[in-house]
Design a protein around this ligand. Structure first.
Ligand SMILES: C[S@@+](CC[C@H](N)C(=O)[O-])C[C@H]1O[C@@H](n2cnc3c(N)ncnc32)[C@H](O)[C@@H]1O
Length: 201
């Protein structure tokens, strides 16, 4: 598989937009999910660990899942994640973990997966009963968030009502949306939502 983030990994953590989003997403996560030192958390599309490093001190363990070896190499080098993160370079849709977690978080990875329904089903299957998801991504946008012809972008954001309906159909309950942050660029505004939902026990 081509690593679409190979050339972005080295300076990812210095880019203002990912930094702003990770801060907004973590703040929304901490306000809307009961983080607890007993939790095993999967960070789907963890990248360089911008969210995982904030999450790690509040939970037992973070399983950092991504398909980009370059992004995960940056994550693996972070001392604050040593002994706290398990790194999994794997496409979960093709090769599930084979175990469950208490919480799945994800920031800005969903729009890189073509089949959203298959992804949501996969995440549901990776949750222990009573577990939750907390998924952040762009609200529906006009296609200007990424530079033209960026490879691997399958969705120009998501419609909250449609995503809610998919989550409910898959079996999630207690579906809630909050706005985690809003990116302003070139006179345009790009809100980022955090969707939380429960896999019923
Ligand atoms: C926009 S970056 C966000 C990274 C990180 N969550 C952050 O907030 O900085 C999207 C990440 O999703 C990863 N990704 C794309 N498709 C994926 C897939 N099928 N499974 C796991 N990760 C994927 C990319 O490799 C990349 O690291």
């Amino acid at each position: 598989m081509t690593d679409l983030f190979r050339d972005k990994a080295a300076d990812w953590d210095t880019r203002p937009v990912p930094v702003q989003i990770s801060e907004g997403v973590f703040a929304a996560l901490a306000s809307n999910i009961a983080l607890d030192p007993s939790l095993t958390v999967m960070d789907f599309g963890a990248g360089t660990g911008l969210v995982a490093t904030k999450l790690a001190p509040r939970v037992a363990k973070v399983i950092a899942v991504d398909v980009s070896p370059a992004m995960l190499a940056q994550l693996a080098a972070k001392p604050e994640l040593a002994g706290k993160a398990e790194i999994v370079c794997q496409d979960l849709l093709a090769a599930p973990l084979g175990r469950t977690v208490d919480l799945v978080v994800s920031a800005m990875a969903m729009h890189h997966v073509a089949d959203t329904r298959a992804l949501l089903r996969t995440l549901f299957a990776h949750l222990a009963p009573g577990g939750r998801i907390a998924l952040a991504d762009l609200d529906t946008e006009d296609g200007t968030f990424h530079p033209p012809a960026t490879e691997g972008v399958f969705h120009h954001g998501f419609d909250r009502a449609a995503l809610r309906a998919e989550l409910v159909e898959i079996g999630f309950s207690d579906v809630r949306f909050v706005t985690a942050c809003e990116i302003e660029r070139d006179g345009r505004r790009y809100p980022v939502f955090l969707a939380t939902a429960l896999r019923p026990a």
